[in-house]
Design a protein around this ligand. Structure first.
Ligand SMILES: [Zn+2]
Length: 500
């Protein structure tokens, strides 16, 4: 093979490699020019340098093949592959340079958070967990970005209702913006590994965009979390940020009273855009509430409810008590058939079962259990129907209607449990959720605030999104960073005018 022809054959591949190597040497500069935070910048630069190593190795092999004149085609092929691989790997960085508008929002504060070094060894290390601080994200959303804005009229209406109901009239937040907190965990892969996700939302904002109706504060692999340590530390940062939000002023010092890093200090002492905001909702399932707040009263304890004084084994028909509740009640009920549908699916299934029960009743009109089942299920269908027709604030008719139908449902279920007990069947197990339902139903009657506006369906959908993001990113120490970065990209490309 002539060396001239050989040089021609490889020159294109070499030119490409050289261009890529040049680009790799400039990423640090480009990323910092675009204002990308140090931590992500370092992560990206390290990743790109790894690519650079492979490129340099391929280049050296090609050059030596060129001088020896052997295996030229093989090595050229290899170089082409390396160039392609770099192209794919750098895509994320490229996007970042273009979209780095809000990277300063990503931060880690303090010395880091105690986590397990890895899943198999219980060694504890301090790791800097990425966070999107609520007060900074809030400022960003309500600032010139115009992504959210405060509707004073809506707010006045909210407080008008809240003051006579579920919040104290002298609550320090009266008249100010309201936000909610939510936490949950989810499995993100087939081997059952779990992620914790904590988000906040603007309570009165009814966004049609799923991605941006909830704002992440942090995501964390459960395998890293040490019970009682990791989350507590994260909570103390969140609490500090929320206090700043309640004061309406960017903090002067970090959560430990130490000076803020430069990037977070630029606004210190200045008012937060959008004004003060108070947390008025803590949402999450029973398990989350129990763990996050360290509740002594929960479904597994003798005192089963953190809202009232209901106790395990109290009289079944009492307003505030449950039959025996076992530990495994949220999974498979022992001996009792138990259908557990989630959220929206549950309501659809309910209507289907309503039809089934009523069809069945035509053949067995004297079956007491079936009659009661029909009454109970129809009552619950009616309850959902009324709830969905109603707006955020309920008028007196709606309150009374919902309450009565809800009571009818609960009373019927209790009657069914009694019937089953008398007949010696294991059916109609009374679950802790029924007790929660009683509270929800009472709160409608007392306060007239439609629970549809603070249920967790949207939160659960957002968890689904987080799960998807977790599946697309590389694992390894920067997994949490990558998930939040991807979410930030979505935030950057979203504008309120896209909705509708
Ligand atoms: Zn209770």
């Amino acid at each position: 093979m002539g060396s001239k022809w050989g040089a021609l054959l490889v020159s294109e591949a070499l030119v490409k490699i050289n261009a890529n190597l040049l680009e790799i040497s400039q990423w640090n500069y480009k990323l910092s020019n675009a204002g990308v935070g140090t931590l992500i910048r370092d992560a990206f630069v390290a990743q790109m340098e790894e690519e650079g190593k492979s490129l340099r190795a391929a280049k050296a092999a090609l050059e030596s093949a060129l001088s020896s004149g052997t295996d030229l085609l093989v090595h050229r092929e290899k170089c082409d592959q390396m160039n392609e691989s770099y192209k794919t790997a750098s895509l994320q960085v490229r996007k970042h340079v273009a979209h780095s508008f809000a990277d300063y929002l990503l931060c880690t504060l303090g010395r880091g958070v105690p986590v397990k070094e890895n899943v198999y060894r219980d060694q504890i290390i301090l790791q800097r967990i990425p966070l999107l601080l609520p007060h900074e994200m809030y400022h960003f959303l309500y600032d010139d970005s115009g992504k959210l804005r405060v509707d004073r009229q809506e707010l006045a209406l909210y407080w008008h209702h809240a003051k006579v109901g579920w919040l104290d009239a002298d609550h320090p937040g009266v008249g100010h913006n309201v936000i909610g907190l939510y936490g949950d965990d989810c499995r993100y892969n087939k081997s059952g590994e779990k992620l914790i996700s904590i988000t906040w939302n603007a309570v009165l904002e009814e966004s049609t965009s799923l991605e941006l109706s909830r704002f992440p504060i942090c995501v964390l692999r459960c395998s890293l979390a040490i019970p009682d340590y990791t989350l507590k530390r994260i909570y103390s940062v969140i609490a500090w940020s929320l206090q700043a939000l309640a004061a309406g002023v960017h903090p002067q010092v970090d959560f430990e009273g130490k000076p803020l890093p430069v990037i977070h200090a630029k606004n210190q002492g200045k008012p937060i855009a959008g004004g003060k905001a108070y947390v008025v909702e803590y949402r999450g399932d029973l398990k989350w509430q129990r763990e996050a707040f360290g509740l002594k009263c929960h479904w597994g304890a003798a005192e089963i409810c953190h809202v009232c004084n209901a106790v395990k084994g109290g009289a079944v028909l009492n307003r505030h008590s449950q039959g025996y509740i076992t530990q495994g009640v949220l999974s498979v009920a022992n001996g009792y058939p138990s259908l557990t549908c989630k959220a929206y699916n549950g309501r659809l299934m309910l209507i289907f079962l309503d039809r089934c029960c009523h069809t069945c009743l035509e053949d067995h009109p004297r079956d007491v259990e079936l009659v009661n089942a029909c009454v109970g299920i129809r009552a619950l269908c009616g309850w959902f129907d009324m709830l969905e027709r109603a707006g955020r604030y309920l008028d007196l008719n709606q309150r009374a209607g919902l309450y009565m139908v809800g009571r009818k449902f609960v009373a019927t279920v209790e009657r069914l449990a009694l019937i089953a007990l008398l007949q010696g069947h294991q059916r109609w197990k009374l679950q802790p959720k029924l007790h929660c339902f009683v509270h929800v139903n009472e709160e409608h009657a007392w306060w007239g605030f439609n629970q549809r506006f603070n249920h967790c369906y949207v939160d659960e959908d957002h968890i689904g999104l987080t799960k998807k993001l977790a599946q697309c990113v590389h694992r390894g120490p920067l997994m949490e960073f990558r998930i939040l970065c991807r979410w930030l990209l979505r935030l950057g490309s979203w504008s309120p005018s896209d909705e509708g």
